[in-house]
Design a protein around this ligand. Structure first.
Ligand code: WQD
Length: 335
């Protein structure tokens, strides 16, 4: 049976997508170098799906190791999550980010070429838009100057994939531009696993709720928004996972060789609204303080999701409370 290669499949979005793929009857192979994930996630995936899932601890910058995977397995399509993704870290270690994120992609595309693999789904990000001039953001908006080496690797990788797809007749590639993933699988067995102090808002909130952090610093209360705090389009990670299957199925029939889609809910929530949602679902009063702005943050962004609805037949279904309720369940299970 032909298989779907899921790179970074033990990571936050990769693991949730692996669950949805297996539940939908796909046979998958997960490769992950565990640089930003834990081997225990593999057992959890088998527990959730009640299926054995093939996993290889592979660094995608190792061409020989990558070649072996493709030589030993009949891979039909690839969903590529594996990448370094910490914005702040990318500023400190740009060469690590360019080497890892771009070499990995090129190694995979070379395998697509030599093994005639014609379906490729890429994990991209709304950071390619920078701070848009107007909202909501549609896919026709220009890509802005990246705010970080991490964001730049996403832009460069999209361009590499587009150029490669144009050089092949049958190769079909889709970039999925995530807005802000949040939440966790309903089982509470998998979720966001930030290593060290979380950069992202939602895990910092749940860790504060769990008493692991003293308080949440809200970065900026003087933005030009309804409550002065930043606005983001938070999307449930399970909705995001399901979108990858819709994209894989769309790649079967798409006319173009390359396309890209916003994956958001189309609704923006402020930082304070996220805090209030957490307080509502947890029954806790969160200790937070509004402090100075975080450099590199944009004021507000949320998606126009009509293209994914029309072409992929996909719409996000889970709301903010569901994200916070599942994230909190996951945090409590981690204790
Ligand atoms: C959201 C809002 C912060 C932490 C990043 C990446 C993006 C994507 C999603 C990968 C901002 C505020 C945060 C805190 C806070 N990742 N905040 N206190 O920066 O929108 O996007 O994650 O694809 O590429 O850039 O997400 O969760 O860090 O911040 O007030 O302790 O929450 O200022 O306004 P961001 P975030």
């Amino acid at each position: 049976m032909k298989k779907v290669l899921v790179t970074g499949g033990l990571g936050f979005i990769g693991s949730h997508t692996s669950v949805e793929l297996v539940n939908k009857g796909y046979q998958i192979i997960i490769v992950d170098n565990l640089s930003n994930s834990k081997i225990e996630v593999h057992d959890k995936l088998e527990q959730i799906t009640s299926k054995q899932i093939t996993f290889h601890d592979i660094d995608l910058t190792d061409r020989e190791a990558v070649a072996r995977i493709f030589h030993e397995n009949e891979i039909e399509s690839i969903i590529h999550f594996a990448a370094f993704k910490a914005v702040g870290e990318s500023v400190d270690k740009p060469l690590d980010y360019y080497r890892n994120n771009i070499d990995s992609l090129i190694n995979l595309l070379e395998m697509c070429d030599s093994h005639n693999i014609n379906k490729f789904v890429f994990s991209s990000s709304c950071t390619v838009y920078g701070q848009p001039d107007k909202l909501p953001v549609t896919e026709s908006f220009p890509k802005m100057q990246a705010e970080s080496p991490y964001g730049n690797t996403k832009q460069i990788c999209e361009e590499i994939i587009e150029d490669f797809s144009k050089s092949k007749k049958r190769f079909k590639a889709i970039s999925l531009r995530y807005f802000n993933p949040a939440g966790a699988h309903e089982s509470g067995l998998i979720g966001e696993l930030p290593l060290g102090v979380p950069n992202n808002l939602v895990p910092f909130i749940t860790q504060t709720g769990a008493g692991l952090r003293d308080k949440l610093n809200v970065f900026g209360g003087d933005y030009n928004t309804h409550d002065g705090t930043c606005i983001r389009d938070f999307i449930h990670v399970v909705d995001l996972a399901i979108a990858h299957i819709s994209a894989l199925e769309y790649a079967e029939k798409m006319e173009e060789n390359y396309d890209f889609f916003n994956l958001g809910t189309g609704k923006g929530y402020s930082v304070i609204e996220v805090v209030k949602s957490f307080e509502k679902v947890s029954g806790l009063s969160l200790n937070y303080q509004i402090v100075g702005r975080r450099s590199g943050d944009i004021e507000q962004i949320y998606a126009d999701t009509s293209k994914a609805k029309e072409r992929l037949g996909w719409v996000a279904e889970l709301d903010l409370d569901s994200m916070m309720e599942s994230a909190w369940r996951w945090q409590k299970n981690l204790q």
